[in-house]
Ligand binder design. Structure first.
Ligand code: SF4
Length: 389
């Protein structure tokens, strides 16, 4: 059975406010029956408030509309994100005054307020869900869509997986990439060759291992799987393979499912804003040029369906290669443009597939455009009409 995903295109037919994204968000809020569902609920609105001087995160204009709808429905909203991003969120326009509700550090100001959930996966035994999330009785997971150096793409799953855990668990999720060995130093005893392997990487992804000097350590975020290093490394000594990168995506799916398990059925809804999509995560502390065309805004009660729909729709945009930072290279042009950008083993669909396997939702969806863009055609005049005589 498919899930419904509501969609408002970033395009408009007329130059009227009623055809723009905040107005389409209102229509999606109505379709999701948000007001009717939040009476007496403590509602966490999970966002990524970005960092530093970033300006491409979800604008307060959108959040204010969600906050107002929740209040109108008799709910008690608060906006939340990890402690260090909330700490200076006011510099990016997120304040009580602009949002209309408080903005709280998700696990307290010291990142020490959490609930532990035992679920072994590779290096992780316990998943530490942020206290403000588990204390909430309803959640609006409002994600900004962008690229991500670990998994190709950041959306609804990542907003939960990394954003609703304390820092210790976030670090452990990143470390899952190192659980299976990829460097077999005994097959490359020559230090000069090891140095050549390190130098073969143009992205600085292979470095000296801090804990075991002389050995190689991979920074998966910087690796775009160009495989230059594999041509230099002696046979069997280095193994850059898909499992390294899939581990992060599987951990993200598990992490998100742990957070979902703290809510009663029907007590979470999802919004995703696919505008100003940058190459990397909003946590980088800056905004670079958009690398995909603005797609629009999405809403659903199914996290897997909304992720699948977002990827399918954004995947119709070409990668705007002239907007890429010059240090990024494209060496594959297959699959989603986020995959072009971050490499073939960082397929953004992977976490969605893992999530479906965990029973979090379905990749089958029905996309309902809440305000289809009317196409205008203009009859050819066959002659030139000057604007002014
Ligand atoms: S595959 Fe390419 S980007 Fe990755 S570590 Fe090797 S050389 Fe660097």
């Amino acid at each position: 059975m498919s899930s419904k995903v509501y969609f408002g295109s970033a395009r408009q037919a007329r130059l009227e406010a009623s055809e723009t994204l905040p107005a389409k968000l209102d229509l999606i809020i109505e379709r999701l029956h948000l007001r009717e569902r939040v009476k007496d609920e403590l509602v966490a609105i999970k966002i990524h408030s970005g960092g530093g001087i970033g300006y491409s995160t979800i604008h307060p204009v959108f959040l204010r509309r969600v906050v107002s709808a929740i209040k109108e429905g008799g709910g008690q909203p608060f906006v939340t994100d990890v402690n260090w991003d909330v700490g200076d969120a006011q510099t990016r326009g997120y304040t009580v005054e602009t949002l209309g509700c408080p903005i709280y550090p998700i696990a307290g100001p010291k990142d020490q307020y959490y609930y532990s959930h035992h679920r072994p996966y590779k290096n992780i035994q316990d998943w530490k869900v942020a206290g403000m999330i588990q204390d909430a009785s309803f959640m609006v997971n409002f994600a900004h869509i962008k690229g991500h150096p670990s998994c190709g793409f950041g959306g609804a799953i990542k907003n939960l997986a990394l954003g609703c855990m304390i820092g210790e668990t976030r670090s452990a999720i990143h470390d899952t990439c190192h659980f299976e060995p990829y460097w077999f130093g005994e097959l490359c005893p020559d230090m000069a060759t090891r140095q050549k392997i390190r130098e073969s990487c143009p992205h600085g992804a292979l470095v000296d291992d801090r804990l075991h000097p002389g050995e190689l350590h991979l920074h998966p975020e910087q690796c775009n799987q160009c495989m230059r290093c594999m041509k230099v490394a002696p046979a069997g000594s280095l193994n850059i393979n898909r499992a390294i990168f899939d581990a992060f995506q599987e951990a993200c799916a598990i992490s998100a499912s742990v957070t979902l398990s703290t809510f009663a059925p029907g007590k979470i809804t999802y919004l995703s804003l696919a505008t100003h999509m940058t190459p990397v995560c909003d946590c980088f502390g800056f905004t670079s040029m958009p690398i995909l065309r603005d797609a629009g805004i999405f809403g659903s009660d199914d996290i897997i369906a909304i992720e699948q729909a977002v990827l399918d729709v954004t995947g119709q945009s070409p990668l705007i290669e002239e907007n890429l930072p010059t240090s990024m290279e494209v060496h594959t042009r297959e699959g989603h443009p986020f995959r072009w950008l971050h490499g073939p083993f960082k397929d953004p669909y992977t976490a969605v597939i893992f999530g479906e396997q965990l029973g979090m939702g379905t990749r089958e969806y029905e996309l309902e455009d809440v305000l289809p863009v009317e196409e205008h055609t203009f009859a050819a005049t066959g002659f030139y009409i000057p604007a002014k005589q």
